[in-house]
Design a protein around this ligand. Structure first.
Ligand code: ZN
Length: 675
């Protein structure tokens, strides 16, 4: 449950020297449709890698993409079939490519690609096609049988009878992840992590039966399985070589094995071996062993994540979505995170929480800044800008965790935002806007560092408290805890003492952005009439709305009107920091004690409901700017260069594909699960 996703698109004209390596001519913009902008990111310093390291990046990238079909199937049982059908329509279409129906069809397919399925990657609502059902039927009718993605024994008519309502009927599979705790979240979620007829109560009872409260090193139950019902009894179908997703996993194993051959050192070879063993068997004990070896390897330059990792896609927060990141170290910027992590104990000892909830000994929080080289699975096209793994609580406590900031991704977001008019529209005055221009890039990055490297790693549960005690609010409250920790220390003089920030007021740029985003601008991601649902958004609104209310008497933060428009006005940054400390103390208490009732009350009171008038205003102001609420990335292309004996002698990196090209290539090269 530990990743940071970019909060919003701030148009900060960042002081250019804050950026590590920037090619000013690099073209970040790739495509724009619906509420999405697709960017590309640069991989600076790829050429500094040795030949073996380049091969490593290449093999791991192949492994990453080999699992692509898994996330599609996890996200919904018809996704792979629908993708193939839509792609065949696109490539075989003979009609007018400028017709309204075709344009709408193309937009829908681009949305489906971006969502890794028929639901929005963020809201998890089903996409609504803008083309007619008649157009769809006509296009399918024009395809020969050989181009239809039929299941064994399935007829054309049967396929259409199944898929038509799945695509067109808004009530069918309406939401991928339903987090409305008043109904059965398993039965009402459209994702494919639970089989037909499985209920939330049954799943909870099943795992309650497996969990042993005295086990100090529990496996991550449900992480790599689909729960199905057979003859009225629940059964886990595990993801492994000879189990569910076997053909995709076989390919992942092949490429991991190639990577193992060029590993940088023994430690890396060992954890790759362990990961392969885990993929072969599906044994979650092996995954824990792998995670420990991986977390403890802080020496390797090229590094990666590949597996069933984050559980946001599961309404019960157990099953991991397939994802992969391939990366290498950004040595220069890593000095910053190494300074932070080597002082982790100081931060822990001074945190504004009850000492009983602090970690007496912070273990092995390693932090680095990385250059992302490949994003895949659930991390593609929409990606995190920071990651902290492993997720297992006991492994983090006993063996530490690895925290990374994806600087080239943050940089691409920032560079692509220049001059988009956001600050002019939403920031209260020029002084604040100038301050953000100057310090937002660096404080944003520091916020990510602190959130990942210290925030998630801080604090401890009281003995006997179940790490899943906060249930459906676990993710949002955990993100709030990490954000608050980061915000609190961003304003601490310790950062000047450590030489990380030179200006003691720099943090105000991030504070302003945080309040603006949490109170107003993130509403751009919500449709009129809807509540805030996604965990990170709930976390941000919770913090901002709580501070607004608690600081009301002292006018710490206000929403003010200017020329009929609403603005965030921060009058007292110091008091705002005190409030951040107070809320951190309370949320840490809730987590440490497993106080579900108090957590539920905080979420219900501050994090969910939207002021419809303000929401409308925000949407109107955004609509004039044409700033997409969501952004994501295509990957660079890696091409091995061979000698005449078939040995790889170099790997070239390219940035030439457009969005559609890349998606069609991925489908060609990495279709592993049928169709
Ligand atoms: Zn996080």
């Amino acid at each position: 449950m530990n990743k940071i996703i970019p909060s919003l698109i701030v148009g900060s004209m960042v002081a250019i020297q804050a950026h590590a390596v920037v090619d000013k001519n690099f073209d970040y913009h790739v495509d724009r449709f619906a509420d999405i902008e697709v960017l590309r990111y640069e991989v600076p310093e790829f050429d500094r890698l040795s030949l073996d390291q380049k091969k490593m990046v290449y093999y791991l990238s192949q492994a990453a993409q080999a699992g692509r079909d898994i996330i599609w199937d996890q996200n919904g049982r018809y996704n792979l079939q629908i993708r193939k059908l839509l792609e065949n329509i696109l490539t075989n279409y003979k009609g007018d490519r400028n017709s309204a129906d075709f344009k709408a069809f193309e937009k829908y397919l681009k949305q489906v690609w971006f969502g890794n399925g028929i639901h929005h990657h963020y809201s998890t609502d089903k996409f609504i096609p803008g083309f007619s059902q008649a157009f769809f039927e006509e296009q399918v009718a024009a395809l020969p049988d050989s181009l239809l993605p039929l299941n064994p024994g399935e007829t054309r008519e049967a396929m259409m009878a199944t898929l038509t309502p799945v695509i067109f009927d808004p009530s069918v599979m309406a939401k991928r992840v339903n987090q409305d705790g008043t109904v059965d979240v398993v039965a009402t979620s459209a994702s494919n992590l639970y089989g037909e007829g499985v209920t939330q109560a049954e799943v909870e009872a099943y795992y309650a039966g497996l969990k042993n409260p005295d086990d100090a090193t529990p496996i991550s139950f449900g992480l790599n399985s689909k729960m199905v019902k057979e003859n009225g009894k629940l059964k886990e179908e595990h993801y492994h070589l000879n189990g569910l997703y076997g053909p995709a996993i076989a390919k992942i194993i092949y490429w991991l094995d190639m990577a193992k051959g060029v590993a940088e050192n023994d430690a890396q070879r060992q954890y790759i071996t362990k990961l392969i063993d885990y993929y072969i068997t599906g044994d979650l004990r092996l995954f824990d062993e792998y995670s420990i070896l991986w977390a403890e390897d802080t020496k390797s330059d090229v590094d990666f994540v590949n597996g069933f990792i984050e559980s946001y896609g599961d309404p019960l927060g157990m099953t991991g979505s397939y994802e992969s990141y391939v990366n290498f170290k950004n040595t220069k910027s890593s000095d910053r995170t190494e300074t932070i992590s080597s002082n982790a104990q100081w931060f822990e000892d001074h945190s504004p929480v009850d000492p009983r909830f602090r970690k007496p000994e912070v273990k092995g929080v390693s932090a680095k800044v990385i250059t992302a080289a490949m994003l895949a699975g659930d991390a593609f096209p929409s990606t995190a800008i920071g990651i902290n793994l492993p997720n297992s609580t006991w492994i983090r406590a006993e063996h530490g965790s690895k925290s990374v900031t994806l600087e080239n991704i943050t940089e691409a977001y920032d560079m692509a935002s220049h001059g988009n008019g956001f600050n002019e529209e939403f920031v209260i005055d020029k002084a604040t806007s100038d301050h953000m221009d100057k310090y937002l890039y660096i404080t944003d990055m520091l916020h990510t560092d602190l959130h990942e490297c210290l925030g998630h790693a801080s604090g401890r549960l009281l003995p006997g408290v179940d790490q899943d005690a906060l249930k459906e609010h676990g993710s949002a409250l955990e993100e709030a805890r990490a954000d608050l920790f980061a915000l609190y220390y961003l304003a601490d003089p310790k950062l000047q003492e450590l030489g990380i920030l030179d200006d003691p007021t720099a943090y105000q740029a991030e504070y302003y952005k945080y309040m603006l985003n949490g109170l107003m601008t993130q509403l751009n991601r919500i449709e009129p009439g809807k509540d805030v649902e996604e965990a990170h958004m709930r976390n941000r609104q919770l913090i901002a709305a709580w501070i607004l209310e608690k600081g009301k008497k002292d006018k710490v933060v206000q929403l003010v009107k200017k020329n009929g428009k609403t603005y965030v006005k921060i009058n007292d940054y110091k008091k705002m920091r005190d409030l951040i400390g107070q809320l951190l103390g309370e949320i840490q208490r809730i987590k440490s004690e497993g106080d579900y009732a108090a957590g539920n009350e905080l979420i219900r009171k501050y994090a969910v409901k939207v002021d419809p008038k303000l929401h409308k205003e925000v949407l109107e102001r955004f609509s004039k700017l044409d700033i997409p609420p969501y952004r994501g990335f295509i990957n660079p292309e890696y091409t091995p260069v061979y000698d005449d004996k078939g040995n790889i002698i170099d790997v070239k990196i390219g940035y030439t594909e457009n969005y559609t090209d890349q998606m069609l290539r991925l489908a060609r090269d990495f279709t592993t699960l049928g169709y």
